[in-house]
Each structure stands twice: as C-alpha cells, then as structure tokens.
Design a protein around this ligand. Structure first.
Ligand code: AMP
Length: 511
C-alpha cells in the first residue's frame, strides 16, 4: 500500500466530494477565487447515478439524465454505488443491503462487490470512476484547463479498503490523489475558512449513506480533530427506507397486497419516499401518488395514494433522528465536552435540510445557517481548501485522526487492538507478539477495523504472514507495528529489540 512521492502540480488541485447520492467538485483558480464545477444552470451537484443504455458499456450516461432512468430501466441504472464500494461481496453489510437495489450486485473476481450489467461484471470502482470522471470533465470545461491532481473525501468511518477504492476510482478517472481527507474534516476546513477565529465546532454530517459526528478545534485555520464518531449505517437512504416501509404497510393493510419481496416495487416506493421527504422540508403536507404499484389477485391494478404530512413523516423517522443525537452525545462525551462548549454546530449533508433535525439540535448554542454554508457543497470546498494548502505549502494544515480502531486477530482467535480510535495521523503503534505457534508454515494474522471489539461487523484489512525465522528464536519476541500515514496509507512491520526488522505485506485476503 505504498504511495508514489508527491510533487506539487502546475494546475490547481481539484477537491472532489464523491457522495453516495451526489458528487461535487471545487477548486481555487489562479486568482485565488473559489470555483465549483457547474452541473446545470442552477446546480453544482451531480447525482451519483450511472445508466448503461446498452451492452456497449463505454456509452453510459451520468447524473440527472441517468437518474430519470431509475424508474424506467432499473436493472441498468446504478445508484448509491459508494455504499458498496470497497466492500467484500460476502460481507454482512452487502448481504443485508443489496436486496434494496433493483440492479444486480455480484461478486467480482477480487471478491469485492461488482454490478452485473447486460451479463458483464463491472467492478464498482469503475462505476465510481465514471462518476468522478464526469465531474472532473465539467470542472475542466469550466476552468479552461485539465486537472491532474485531486483531493478526495471519504466518510470518517471509511475502512482502509474503502479509502483505497475511492483512490482507485479517482485514478481510473486519470487523476493523481494528492490527499484523502475525512468528509467532516473537509467540512471543518470550509467552516474555518469562513470564520477563522478560535472555535470548537461539532460537524454533523448526515448525507445519503452515512452519518459522521466530529468535534474539532479550529485555530488559525488549522483544524484539530478532538473526537469522531457516528454511524456508518445511517443516512438519508434509511429515512427513505422507513417511509417506503410505511407505504408498503399501508398497501398491505388497505389493499391486502404484500410488495416487500418485490425489489422493483420497493425501489419505486423508495424513490417516491425520497421525493416526498425532500418536498416536506418545504411544505407541511403532500399527496404521494404512485400509479400501478401492484396487481390485485383479481387482476386489477393498484395505485398507491396517500396524503403525507410532515408530522406523520417525523413520527416515522424519529428513531433515526434519535440515533444521530445519541451518536453526537457519545462523541461529545469522548471529547469531554458538553453541548454548551460547542461554539457552532455545523450542519453538512443534504439530509440536514430536514427541519426536524434543526429543531432536535436546538439545545446547541448555535447552528450553522444554510445561507453561508451550503450543506451539499461544504465538503468539496473543504477538499479544495486542503488542495490549495497542499499546493502552496506542501502541508495540509490539518490534524486528522483514525476513526476506526485497528486490531489484529491472533492465533486462537484472541483480538488485540493496535491503533485505538481517535489517534491522530500520522501514527505508529505496536504490540508484542508473544506465544506464536512453532509451525513451519508462515503464521497468518488477520488485521481488521471495527468500532467495537465484539462487533461481528468487522472490516477486514487483510492478512500479514509471520515467517518461521521470527518464531524459532526463543530470545526474540517480535512486535507487530502498524503505521498510518497522513494520507491514511497503512504499513505493517515486524521489529525486534536487537534492530532486526522486516516489512510485512498486507495481503488482501483472510488467510
Ligand atoms: P448528500 O449525500 O449530502 O448529497 O445528501 C443526500 C441526502 O440528502 C439524500 O438522502 C437526500 O434525500 C437528502 N436530501 C437532499 N435534500 C433534502 C431536503 N431538502 N430535505 C431532506 N433531505 C434532503
């Protein structure tokens, strides 16, 4: 996982926020003016949706044009790819969530999740690459020059493999990744750029697929992460899912039809739910109409019709909002702070446009306003600021942390944490490897990331193999050392007191 040395590029570094739902990009031009990649006349966000109209996979459409196909050609329209990017197909996460999508997810040659389009297997990294390439093209057209380097953002809880997949997606779009930054950290950079004095902020980032809560200290435009947390399984998509579920329940209660096992219908209900949810951020009630959702046993068609009020929706999604608030409390507690210690709660991510979220967070002294912080663009702009800093000074001006603790599973199944959560990067930590078995074959040790030691939902980083020479010398107890670089690149070494050491290859497999 070693990276090439980095040299400052001639052109500005493009900040790219490749999101579950939307993608955006920003940069500072030669005059130091902030620019965002235009998508339409009115918008700078590109829906992260790709439509493959035919078996010629090179001819695909991206963005709004693809999004309209979510109804008409569900099998060939890929959305929410980021949710599955860098995840093994046989992981619990993928088996739990893939049913929600009408397109076919399959196992790629490398064991990671791919999509099956017209009988061809496409790695999700390539689908992500198509979206990234599209936004880069739009940026280049507006800037009048090509971009060669970028800063990519990732959710704070992205695993090593997910980070790597995002990097590969950018590389497949022809870019060199100058840095990877956690989305909330990027949002804090944006915030720091606006306000600049010393402040303690809580970044509340609720996008389409993940929720991150991060407490940071901003001082002279330098950002220090005090604690980070959140929920990698909670985002706007879950709000849509709960609403869609309530629509399905109504169809069952009123019409006696069960649609839950029909992925196509559930996807339509989900899209209608998202549309209604977004409208209800503006209006108090709305007629939800979905024509021809199901067929009666007698043969007639059923339309779904329901007048949904904001209040009813809020009741349905309360448990999700409470999960967000609980995660905030947890992060504050870990930072040793109270809500009153937070100078500003910065709302990032499209889902924070829901008025209920603002209302529920009213116990914080101050919430960022939508006027000066566009919740959808803050992350890309933060990445652009980091890009500008990197190009000017070669230093990022930030202090990111490892969000997910990294651990090793020893022979016999015992797990030991090596790098605790919230450790500032770059960092190097080690543990003593005592009692290694005297087999003649190399001993495999599994490295993984997990927020919780007992969790089954582990993200496997890979395996390192301890060769025989390290196990046969009785006088030497080696240490396993893990280092995380500023760019989150991970390296592993074995070291012994006498100066003996060896670099370990982290193999992307379980054994
Ligand atoms: P992001 O990943 O930041 O682009 O956020 C996307 C999520 O925000 C999706 O789940 C959208 O449904 C949700 N979203 C966008 N606009 C609104 C809105 N006005 N009200 C509620 N949710 C919204």
């Amino acid at each position: 996982m070693r990276r090439r040395p980095y040299h400052s590029p001639v052109q500005p570094i493009l900040g790219i926020d490749f999101g579950t739902t939307n993608t955006s990009a920003a940069w500072f031009d030669a005059q130091g003016k902030l620019k965002v990649a235009p998508v339409t006349d009115k918008s700078a966000v590109l829906p992260s949706v790709v439509w493959f109209p035919s078996a010629d996979l090179t001819k695909c459409l991206v963005g709004q044009a693809a999004k309209t196909q979510l109804i008409d050609d569900q099998k060939h329209t890929v959305f929410g790819a980021k949710r599955f990017l860098g995840r093994r197909f046989n992981s619990e996460y993928v088996s739990k969530h893939r049913e929600r999508f009408a397109f076919d997810l399959v196992e790629g040659e490398d064991g990671y999740t791919s999509v099956l389009i017209y009988g061809q297997t496409i790695p999700l990294v390539d689908v992500a690459g198509v979206v990234v390439r599209d936004i880069v093209m739009r940026a280049a057209r507006a800037a009048g020059h090509p971009f060669t380097h970028c800063v990519m953002t990732v959710p704070a809880h992205a695993s090593v493999r997910q980070r790597e997949a995002v990097r590969k997606a950018a590389e497949s779009a022809g870019l060199t990744v100058a840095a990877m930054v956690n989305e909330p950290t990027a949002a804090a950079l944006f915030y720091a750029n606006l306000r600049s004095p010393k402040q303690t902020v809580l970044i509340f980032d609720l996008g389409g697929g993940t929720f991150d809560a991060t407490v940071m200290r901003v001082e002279n435009r330098v950002v220090k992460v005090l604690a980070t947390g959140g929920d990698a399984f909670l985002g706007g998509g879950n709000f849509d899912e709960l609403l869609a579920e309530s629509f399905a329940q109504q169809l069952e209660d009123k019409q006696g039809v069960s649609v839950r096992s029909n992925r196509t219908v559930m996807q339509r209900l989900g899209l209608a739910a998202e549309f209604a949810k977004i409208q209800l951020s503006r209006v108090e009630s709305l007629d939800v109409r979905i024509p021809v959702v199901a067929q009666k046993a007698s043969g007639g068609f059923i339309d779904f019709q329901h007048k949904l009020t904001r209040e009813e929706m809020e009741n349905i999604v309360t448990p999700l909002v409470e999960r967000c608030v609980g995660a905030c409390d947890d992060v504050l507690q870990r930072a040793g702070l109270k809500p009153s210690d937070i100078d500003e709660l910065v709302l990032v991510g499209g889902q924070t446009r829901m008025p209920m979220i603002r209302k529920r967070l009213a116990h914080f002294p101050r919430l960022s306003s939508e006027k000066d912080l566009n919740p959808e663009l803050g992350v890309a702009v933060g990445a652009a600021i980091l890009g500008r800093n990197l190009r000017r000074t070669r230093s990022s001006g930030l202090n990111d942390v490892v969000a997910m603790p990294m651990s090793v599973m020893l022979v016999g199944g015992r797990t030991v944490e090596i790098i605790p959560g919230n450790t500032p990067v770059p960092c190097t930590k080690s543990i003593l490897l005592e009692g290694l078995p005297p087999w003649s074959a190399p001993v495999p040790l599994l490295l993984f990331e997990s927020l919780d030691q007992t969790s089954v939902d582990r993200e496997i980083i890979g395996t390192v193999h301890i060769s025989e020479e390290w196990r046969t010398r009785k006088d030497v107890v080696p240490s396993l050392e893990l280092s995380v670089g500023q760019d989150f690149a991970l390296t592993a070494r074995l070291v012994a007191p006498g100066g003996m050491q060896t670099q370990l290859q982290i193999v992307d497999q379980r054994r």
